[in-house]
Design a protein around this ligand. Structure first.
Ligand code: ADP
Ligand code: MG
Length: 647
């Protein structure tokens, strides 16, 4: 008997099917993608028993012509690809012509389909690869595929399936993501007779998020919209409170196709550095759109993984896009104000209820907008500068430090030049007050209620020499003094660093530090970064350096320890985005500066901390650079509940 045998078509089909449809969720994915390719704008998915017993996908797409019905189920039969060159310009979901062939090799499939212009549709059953005859049938235009008894003929694969509920959860997950990728399609999803979600199909991502994840998610997101070199990154990223212990709520689309790409997840997570605690993963729904030639979708049979042609650049663009969204948090209010101003100036508002909740004008934000836009006041180019002096400032000269709050200036992250009112260069032009948006906003400002919450917080006291207690309206705050101050310091250092404004302090007696060869080299190689951070460190004989200037004036041991920490991090040369690496270095410095825990503070110092917290919060920053929370709060009501004064 020969050792090498050509597999029978049936066995080959089953093997191939295993690659494409490894579980019910993969069947749902393939079939729904076919519906999308068929330009359906209404897709209903119904499953029973985790999809193992029954999956039905009904669409109102273009349908399959009767005479072509059986071709759809042949391997490598596709209407989407003709020539090999097409492969690089593919914009449909499917193109391998494998899915239907694979599915019908391992299940019983019934298809009913009618094209718009045909009077009658046709129906056919394929029972584990065996075709029934075709019948004419009166039906709606579009296609319905019913897949039953999946893997009934492959017991080995059956064994790999999980419990019905688990398989169902995979389907819910996949379908949710596809729905997010296609806000213009109305999806309805029914599991074991119960409707799990339905999306409106109105084209608005936030509404789809609302339909799938609920109002909490729809409200707590920042828009991402960034283009560079023809690569467009759009969608939303979640506020820190939406972060989870796993990546299940991260959705990535490339050219409309839902895909998995761990590197992109990592890049996004990297942008959240200093915002999220380690082990927490941000919520996001992001689309990357770029020339199809720049992606190879053909690397994975189920097409869930892709390869980018110029990976590094694309990752960089994603990073910038997300970072901009996160760091314009401060501008977020201004954007909303712009939006509300727009709403006034034109009646064509398409804002939905949920969006409106978000865009409710905030007094502070409006004021900021006005400060920025009133001619003769501050202009965006000059960026609002303000002085800050920490009560515990240990800097030698002790003069107030001026720094720019423009954390997102182009030096490190590239800001998108969008035609937003506060970003346009013509802000400084003469503006006629009568018809300006500013006027409208002013009016809005008048109507806003002044409530206690907008009054500044008041210090109540300090506990355990570590936490500041404060009250604002009917809220009580507990603030971690070190976390708050460290973050504030960190933001200041970063702003200075970006603006190349950091001034080191000259050491009267320079400090000599022994270092390893690699560290010495790193010091020489990175003298610019070091000097931007306020260090002046030079080579000093063999195996040592001399510290002449330092950003932090402590005692000799402290300065040595800090310099060593920074130098050894530099020599480590970890493969991280430069920005986050620099941030880490800055964090080392800010940690030294910050008020420590277990330190009694004066009222003045505590007030300084409250001011820090308020300024950070204004920019949406609520954690220390390592991601620990700065402040926790209780409302009066919550406290009353604890004491059972109210129920
Ligand atoms: P591919 O999607 O890679 O082309 P499939 O095996 O998934 O391969 O589908 C084969 C063909 O069947 C498609 O190219 C398409 O012409 C047709 N088809 C499948 N599903 C549908 C549908 N829901 N509506 C219209 N045509 C469909
Ligand atoms: Mg397909």
């Amino acid at each position: 008997m020969p050792q090498i045998k050509v597999l029978s078509q049936e066995v080959a089909d089953k093997i191939a099917a295993g690659e494409v449809v490894e579980r019910p969720s993969a069947v749902v994915k393939e079939l729904v993608e076919n519906s999308i390719d068929a330009k359906a704008d209404r897709i209903t998915v119904e499953i029973r028993n985790g999809g193992i017993k029954y999956i039905s996908i009904e669409d109102n797409g273009k349908g399959i012509p009767t005479e072509e019905l059986e071709f759809a189920f042949l391997r490598h039969a596709t209407s989407k690809l003709r020539e090999i060159d097409d492969l690089f310009e593919i914009s449909t979901m499917g193109f391998r012509g494998e899915a239907l062939a694979s599915i019908c090799a391992v299940a019983r499939v019934q298809v009913i389909s009618r094209t718009k212009d045909a009077a009658l549709g046709s129906m056919m059953t394929i029972n584990h690869g065996v075709f029934s005859q075709k019948d004419e049938i009166a039906c709606n235009h579009g296609t319905t595929m019913v897949v039953e008894d999946l893997f009934a003929n492959i017991p080995a694969r059956m064994k790999f399936l999980k419990k019905d509920a688990t398989e169902a959860s995979y389907i819910t997950d996949v379908l949710g993501r596809i729905a997010l990728a296609n806000p213009q399609i109305a999806f309805k999803y029914i599991c074991d007779g119960k409707e799990i979600f339905s999306t409106s199909g109105d084209g608005k991502l936030k509404n789809t998020i609302l339909n799938i994840y609920g109002i909490d998610h729809a409200k707590a997101v920042y828009d991402v919209d960034y283009t560079e070199h023809g690569v467009h990154v759009s969608g939303v990223v979640g506020k820190p409170e939406l972060a989870r212990g796993n990546r299940t709520r991260q959705t990535l689309m490339v050219n409309g196709r839902y895909i998995k790409n761990h590197v992109v997840s990592k890049v996004v997570e990297e942008a959240y550095r200093n915002i999220l605690m380690t082990g927490k993963f941000p919520f996001f729904v992001l689309s990357i759109d770029l020339a199809p030639q720049l992606v190879d979708v053909n690397v994975h049979p189920a097409k869930t993984e892709i390869k980018f042609a110029n990976e590094k650049e694309i990752y960089n663009i994603v990073h910038c896009g997300v970072k901009n969204a996160l760091y314009q948090i401060k501008n977020e209010g201004s954007q909303e104000t712009a939006q509300s101003a727009k709403m006034h100036s034109s009646t064509a508002t398409t804002v939905t209820d949920s969006a409106r909740v978000e865009s409710a004008p905030d007094r502070k934000i409006i004021k900021e907008f006005l400060d920025r836009t009133i001619p003769g006041k501050t202009t965006i180019g000059a960026v609002d500068k303000y002085t800050f002096k920490s009560p515990t400032d240990t800097s030698a000269d002790n003069k107030p430090q001026e720094y720019s709050s423009a954390i997102g200036q182009p030096v490190t992250f590239k800001l998108q030049q969008k035609a937003e009112p506060m970003q346009s260069e013509n802000i400084t032009k003469e503006v006629k007050p009568q018809e300006t948006q500013e006027q409208l906003v002013l009016e809005e400002l008048k109507d806003l209620p002044k409530n206690e919450e907008q009054m500044p917080a008041k210090v109540v006291g300090q506990i355990f020499d570590t936490y500041v207690i404060a009250q604002q309206g009917d809220k009580m705050f507990l603030i971690d003094q070190h976390a708050a101050h460290e973050r504030r310091r960190f933001e200041m250092l970063k702003a200075d660093y970006i603006a190349k404004n950091t001034k080191g302090q000259v050491l009267l007696s320079p400090i000599v530090l022994d270092v390893e060869a690699a560290e010495l080299q790193a010091t020489k190689d990175n003298c610019e970064i070091l000097s931007d951070m306020g260090f002046l460190i030079e080579e000093f004989g063999k195996g040592s350096v001399i510290i002449r200037e330092t950003p932090y004036m402590g005692d000799e041991d402290e300065i040595k320890a800090l310099a060593l920490e920074v130098i050894s991090a530099l020599s480590d040369n970890r493969p991280m985005g430069l920005l986050s690496f620099e941030e880490r270095l800055l964090d080392m410095i800010s940690c030294k500066y910050a008020i420590k825990a277990n330190k009694k503070l004066s009222i003045l110092e505590m007030e300084g901390i409250l001011k820090d917290v308020a300024e950070l919060e204004e920019r949406g920053i609520t954690t220390c650079p390592h991601g620990r929370p700065i402040k926790i709060e209780y409302t009066k009501r919550e406290i009353e509940k604890i004491f059972k004064r109210i129920v």
